[in-house]
Ligand binder design. Structure first.
Ligand code: ADE
Length: 273
């Protein structure tokens, strides 16, 4: 997969040399190109922003440098035979970034990121490239960062670990919270490793039993418990067909019951923990 990032802070992307993403780069699975947007700003001060039309606080990133930068990046990538590009635009006003979108993006041969500073990029830039490329405006959460670079790191890490050969154990992401499959839409429960006792804390007996069926059931119960406590919205919107008889028993113990449409909601008599 080819990745291009255009930014006014190329050094912010240094972490792409570290850990899993760094290894994927070294192994040639990821071909990363970081570009300084100011290389396409032609005045004495390398200006990339200006005051917003309509007034208001802050500055807006100008069309000129972005247009030239993206044209050049696209030309270089096409020349190198990178395949069909998708533009990823980090913005707090984007669609929430999810595991499903990470899976989607991991199938693209080439991603181009446009992290913005200030109040964002003149909207004509995304409009222009959306006529030619898939454009994903994504938010990594309901908070406002000073710029999109941290979001690029987040999205890249989520995508890179899904690329074939990047994680040592392909099964590792089958059990991820939010991964499609039996644990879809449940948070992963607690995990333990040696030693069996630490500062008076033991390990749940079942995990030492060697009984795979019981371990799987315990993990599922703990995932339900954790999800009900921390992300009740995930239980409420889950497809009820995803819950087996034991899940339903567990949900009932946790104070959840099916409503008229089959979806689960807190029991009216459930006591808040
Ligand atoms: N830029 C600023 N805040 C952001 C957010 N929450 N997600 C993505 N990009 C951003």
């Amino acid at each position: 997969m080819r990745l291009d990032v255009v930014t006014i802070f190329p050094e912010y992307l240094e972490p792409l040399n570290v850990s899993l993403v760094g290894k994927a780069r070294a192994a040639g699975t990821l071909d990363v190109h970081v570009h300084d947007l100011r290389a396409w700003a032609h005045d004495r001060h390398s200006t990339v922003d200006d005051t917003p039309y309509g007034g208001g606080p802050g500055m807006v990133m100008k069309t000129g440098p972005w247009g030239e930068a993206l044209d050049q990046v696209l030309a270089d990538g096409y020349e190198a035979g990178a395949g069909r590009p998708a533009l990823v635009v980090p913005t707090p006003s984007g669609r929430p970034f999810t595991q499903a979108l990470a899976v989607d993006l991991s199938r693209a041969p080439w991603l181009i990121f446009t992290p913005a500073r200030y109040e964002g990029i003149d909207s004509r830039v995304t409009a222009e490239y959306a006529t030619r490329l898939p454009v994903h405006e994504v938010s990594i959460g309901d908070y406002v960062l000073a710029g999109g670079e941290a979001a690029v790191l987040v999205v890249t890490e989520a995508v890179a670990r899904l690329l074939p050969g990047v994680l040592g154990n392909a099964q590792s992401h089958a059990d991820d919270s939010f991964a499609p499959g039996p644990m879809a839409d449940l948070l992963e429960g607690p995990v333990y490793t040696k030693p069996p006792r630490w500062r008076g804390h033991g390990v749940p007996e079942v995990l030492l039993s060697g009984h795979h069926g019981k371990v799987a059931r315990w993990r599922r119960d703990e995932a339900l418990r954790r999800t009900a406590a921390l992300r009740p919205d995930l239980i409420a919107r889950a497809d009820p067909a995803a819950f087996d008889r034991r899940d339903r028993e567990m949900l009932s113990i946790l104070g959840w019951q099916p409503g008229p449409d089959g979806r689960f909601g807190p029991s009216p008599d459930a006591v808040e923990e």
